[in-house]
Ligand binder design. Structure first.
Ligand SMILES: Nc1ncnc2c1ncn2[C@@H]1O[C@H](COP(=O)(O)OP(=O)(O)OP(=O)(O)O)[C@@H](O)[C@H]1O
Ligand SMILES: [Mg+2]
Length: 203
C-alpha cells in the first residue's frame, strides 16, 4: 500500500538526517566529484545550486569550483511564493531569509527560464525521476513553465540526494516537475534523453 506523501516525507527526511557525519563527509565528496566530472562546467553557462539545509548533501566543493570557472553560479532566493536565482560566487556575503536559509545579500535576480542547469535538493526520488520535496511547492511553482509543451528552452534539472532517499512510493501530482537526472554518492542516473546527451559525453 502506498504511504501518504506526508509520512513518506517524514521517513525519508529521517533517513537523510540519520546518516553519520563520517559517511556524510565521504558521500558529499563523492557527490561533488560526480557533478564536477560531468560536462556541466564546460557546457552549462548558468548553473544554480543550493546551500544545504535539513541534512541535504552539501555542494560547497562544487560551488567553489564553479565560482572559479567560466560558468556563472546562482543560489535560490525567495520571491513571494516562488524562487528566483541570484548570482553567487563562493565567499560572497549571505543573509538568512524567513526560513533561516542563507541567500546572497546582494540580489541581482534571474528568472529560472534563463538558467541552463538547476541542481535541486529533494526529499525523495524514484526510478523514473519523480521527485518529492519538502512540501512547500516552491520548486514546482517556480518550474511550472516547463510543463508547457510549447516551452522550448528548459533548464536541465538534476536532483541531488543520498541513495537512501530513493523510494518506490512516489505518486506524482499534476503540478510536479520531473527530473532529468539524479546524482547520489553512487553516481549519476539519467532519466531523460537530454540528460544522457548532456551529461554522459563528458570525458
Ligand atoms: N504550479 C503550481 N501552481 C500552484 N500551486 C502549486 C504548484 N505547484 C505546487 N503547488 C502547490 O504546492 C503544494 C506543495 O506541492 P508538493 O507537495 O508537490 O511540494 P514539493 O514538490 O514537495 O515541494 P517543492 O516544490 O518546494 O520541492 C501543493 O499542495 C500544491 O497545491
Ligand atoms: Mg512536488
Amino acid at each position: 500500500m502506498l504511504q501518504t506523501t506526508i509520512s513518506l516525507r517524514q521517513l525519508l527526511r529521517q533517513k537523510r538526517n540519520n546518516i553519520s557525519s563520517s559517511d556524510r563527509t565521504i558521500f558529499d565528496h563523492s557527490i561533488n566529484q560526480s557533478i564536477i566530472s560531468t560536462a556541466l562546467l564546460l557546457r552549462s553557462p548558468k548553473i544554480a545550486s543550493y546551500l544545504a539545509n535539513d541534512g541535504e548533501p552539501a555542494l560547497d566543493l562544487f560551488i567553489k569550483t564553479c565560482s572559479a570557472g567560466p560558468s556563472r553560479h546562482y543560489l535560490p532566493v525567495l520571491n513571494k511564493q516562488q524562487l528566483k536565482f541570484s548570482s553567487y560566487s563562493w565567499g560572497d556575503e549571505l543573509k538568512s531569509n524567513c526560513f533561516n536559509i542563507p541567500e546572497p545579500s546582494i540580489k541581482h535576480v534571474l528568472s529560472p527560464r534563463l538558467l541552463s542547469t538547476i541542481l535541486i535538493p529533494l526529499v525523495g526520488f524514484d526510478h523514473l525521476g519523480h521527485r518529492v520535496g519538502m512540501g512547500g511547492g516552491y520548486y514546482d511553482r517556480t518550474l511550472s513553465f516547463m510543463r508547457n509543451p510549447l516551452c522550448q528552452k528548459k533548464p536541465l534539472l538534476i536532483g541531488i540526494a543520498y541513495s537512501v532517499q530513493k523510494t518506490q512510493d512516489i505518486k506524482p501530482e499534476p503540478w510536479d516537475v520531473p527530473l532529468d537526472a539524479v546524482i547520489t554518492e553512487q553516481g549519476l542516473t539519467c532519466f531523460s534523453v537530454k540528460a544522457k546527451h548532456y551529461l554522459r559525453n563528458s570525458f
